[in-house]
Design a protein around this ligand. Structure first.
Ligand SMILES: Nc1ncnc2c1ncn2[C@@H]1O[C@H](COP(=O)(O)OP(=O)(O)O)[C@@H](O)[C@H]1O
Ligand SMILES: [Mg+2]
Length: 221
């Protein structure tokens, strides 16, 4: 599902050069649940963004679901992401002016589906995360755990094969965090989604198939 070879990422400004990733080689099989840990600033988000085609490496090859992306335009990348990848962030990134169900429908707007089909798929995704009874609410009316469940519904509404989560439980207490983890495990085990999750929490990492540790941009485990 994911194959990274000799990935390097260097951020350059006029005065300073930051090596965010250094010689990363990583393969993730279809159906795996991988966690990534490491101290703040070690390159976890950079790595996840490269896997998610939100950022390009300075050196090295990225292959996702059999495709490489050397000659893709931004538009082609966006289309590939929309079809294949669901993103979940620590701070939810919901749109406050839209209802829960409208938030969840957003990724489908870029596809050729009818309003009715979009509604049905969004309702099914909300059902899956246990929020069928909150469709007409607005994000401000939800708890943190509920907001993250909406964000997960939005990430999975298009049935992506790959789910990327950047500290999805980082803003939640342990009870809500465990609920989010249960949902991600369920998507992995029932729907065979491949999941890559950045986490600070050893207990969350223990529940996944495999752990990769980064330190200063390098893989140390
Ligand atoms: N857009 C950017 N410009 C310059 N430096 C960046 C940028 N994004 C991240 N970095 C630097 O790259 C390193 C890795 O950052 P990041 O991947 O966000 O770490 P983590 O997610 O592990 O906390 C850090 O030193 C950070 O300051
Ligand atoms: Mg980060």
């Amino acid at each position: 599902m994911i194959n990274l070879q000799n990935i390097e990422k260097v951020y350059r400004t006029k005065t300073i050069e930051t090596v965010a990733l250094n010689n990363i080689n990583l393969s993730v099989e279809k159906g795996e649940f991988l966690s990534i840990m490491g101290p703040s600033g070690c390159g976890k988000s950079t790595l996840l963004n490269i896997i998610g085609l939100l950022d390009e490496p300075s050196e090295g090859q990225v292959q996702i679901a059999g495709s490489d992306f050397k000659k893709h335009s931004d538009k082609q990348l966006a289309a590939f992401r929309n079809q294949n990848i669901g993103f979940i962030f620590q701070s939810f990134h919901l749109i406050n002016d839209l209802s829960v169900i409208d938030n969840v429908e957003l990724p489908l707007i870029y596809r050729k589906s009818t309003a009715k089909q979009r509604r049905e798929l969004a309702a099914a995704a909300l059902e899956k995360v246990g929020l069928a009874n909150r469709m007409k609410h607005f994000p401000s009316q939800l708890s943190g755990g509920q907001k993250q469940r909406v964000a997960i519904a939005r990430a999975i509404v298009g049935r992506p094969a790959l789910i990327l989560a950047d500290e999805p439980t980082g803003n939640l207490d342990s009870v809500m965090g465990n609920e989010i983890m249960d949902i991600l495990l369920n998507l992995n085990q029932q729907d065979n989604a491949t999941v890559v999750m950045v986490t600070h929490d050893e207990n969350m990492a223990k529940r996944t198939n495999r752990l990769v540790r980064l330190f200063d941009g390098m893989q140390v485990q």
